[in-house]
Design a protein around this ligand. Sequence first.
Ligand SMILES: Nc1ncnc2c1ncn2[C@@H]1O[C@H](COP(=O)(O)OP(=O)(O)O)[C@@H](O)[C@H]1O
Ligand SMILES: [Mg+2]
Length: 254
Amino acid sequence: MKETIRLDGVTAGYRRGNPIIYDIDLTVPKSDFLAIIGPNGGGKTTLLKVILGLLTPWEGTVSVLGESPAKPRPAIGYVPQLIPDESFPITVIDVVLMGRLRNSGLFRRFTRRDREIADMNLDRLDIQDLAGLDMNSLSGGQKQRVLIARALAGNPQILLLDEPVASVDHNTQESFFNLLGELNSTITIVLVTHDVGAVSAHVKNIACINKTLISHGETLSSESVAKAYGCPFELISHGGIPHRVLGSGKESKR
Ligand SMILES: Nc1ncnc2c1ncn2[C@@H]1O[C@H](COP(=O)(O)OP(=O)(O)O)[C@@H](O)[C@H]1O
Ligand SMILES: [Mg+2]
């Protein structure tokens, strides 16, 4: 199957009469690495909830791997937005093991295989040495890696990440995107962020959203950014914007 996620004319919200996202058409092909950018409050997390089947659209249709989204949810690895000061009184290895729960139900013991997969994903994210630590003792970037290891422990075909770089400093961002670039060789990735500067060269397509989809394609123009953010582009850029985002998009390595 070539399409992993497809939204046609999707309108959704939380209170009738107050749609948060409207008339969204979006197709994500297999192996894509899509960055969805847009301002805070623009509906990015709401869009992810629709894709996850947690929120049913009022209008339009959603399919994930050819089915309505609630069904293939085990095929989606979800990395939620980190909430500052949220307390996690749980060890790193237990968080990663939670990623195995949905593969075979809540009320069972973890098997040796589950533990092997959890360990393997700690290795993959280079956080083996954190296994026994309390989540509360970690930095934002380390927590983010743990949540990705948890998502990967479920062997997903699609990885959805909500604002994954918000709590990561610039140096860590680069290695973080290198990691996502590697994962993208086998997993379709959709990442949402309010930070235009956080779009890296590993990203293959960019969509711009502010309540509705403003643009979607390989490159991003300053006009569509200005339109999505409702302000001149200069106001929201803080350097660090990869040239490929604003250029033709053809010069970067794939
Ligand atoms: N559970 C909810 N109930 C009611 N309104 C919500 C809920 N979650 C988000 N919203 C509203 O939806 C709008 C878009 O939010 P969100 O999808 O979180 O945007 P983003 O992720 O782009 O910052 C905001 O105005 C927010 O207040
Ligand atoms: Mg959000």
